[in-house]
Design a protein around this ligand. Structure first.
Ligand code: FAD
Length: 237
């Protein structure tokens, strides 16, 4: 079945390996009959700073409380055009892909700014919309990342934390929280350290990874029924 992919691309150099990965994803997914939209954040000049520029409406001019302004903007069609356009792509897609280099164990600031501004209370989450009742239910999401360090460094009891720990803020805090099922991350380890031939193999592996997961369900978000209030602890029986 043809799918709609939305790649949020966060690298400042078009000739980078991240750039090559996004171009390969675009080419191979399109050739396989899928639709692809790319938000190339640096090329777009995406503004990562979250403030009143997020909105064309104002709920309280005296005190900026982002989530209150987001709920107000949701009710009054008051998101700035750059944010509204990203929200529309998010609603459109079946599969969301974050493409980025690992920076300081995390996503680059421009992508964090995209998350902070686009995933807005009211429109995307809140009012009962989260996890198994979230905006992204029925959609899937995936990390595609490059690193400086090798895979061996990112394991339990190694110098760096295990990669699954580093992925928690993205895969749990952003994808699951908003209802997306999580496809296995693709990680291009030490992308700058091998040879061009190594990197060609990595690009082939990435294309194969994407196509292998067109029909897989991914790990579903936590089921709210299993984590009841008031303390949201996992039910044992
Ligand atoms: P590039 O350097 O752009 O590309 C690598 C090579 O691929 C280049 O030689 C390029 O010419 C070549 N290439 C491009 N296109 C192709 C193609 N089609 N086929 C073959 N080769 C091609 N690393 C960590 O592990 N942990 C961290 O916490 C971390 N923090 C960082 C923080 C900052 C602020 C910075 C700047 C870097 C950090 N790094 C970290 C390193 C970073 O993750 C890597 O430098 C990055 O992931 C490498 O990917 P790239 O796309 O930037 O590679």
């Amino acid at each position: 079945m043809p799918l709609k992919y939305f790649i949020v691309h966060a690298h400042h150099e078009p000739a980078s390996f991240n750039g090559a990965m996004t171009r390969r994803a675009l080419a191979d997914l399109t050739a396989a009959g899928h639709e692809v939209k790319v938000s190339d954040l640096y090329t777009m000049g995406f503004d990562p700073v979250s403030d009143r520029r997020n909105f064309t409406t104002v709920a309280n001019p005296a005190f900026l409380k982002q989530q209150n302004e987001e709920r107000h903007a949701t009710e009054h069609n008051g998101f700035a055009p750059d944010i509204a356009a990203e929200m529309d792509k998010l609603a459109w897609c079946d599969v969301l892909v974050f493409q980025f280099p690992l920076w300081w164990f995390s996503i680059p600031a421009i992508l964090k700014g995209w998350v902070d501004r686009v995933l807005a209370a009211g429109r995307i989450y809140g009012g009962g919309k989260w996890y198994s009742n979230g905006f992204g239910v029925g959609k899937r999401a995936m990390v595609s990342m490059t690193t400086g360090g090798p895979e061996a460094m990112y394991r339990q009891d190694c110098l760096e934390p295990p990669m699954e720990t580093l992925l928690v803020p993205i895969e749990h805090g952003v994808f699951w929280f908003n209802g997306f099922s999580v496809l296995p991350a693709f990680i291009a380890w030490s992308a700058a350290h091998g040879t061009d031939a190594d990197r060609h193999v990595t690009l082939d592996r990435y294309a194969a990874h994407l196509l292998a997961h067109t029909g897989t369900p991914g790990r579903p978000p936590l089921n709210l029924a299993d984590y009841p209030p008031p303390n949201f602890a996992r039910k044992t029986t």
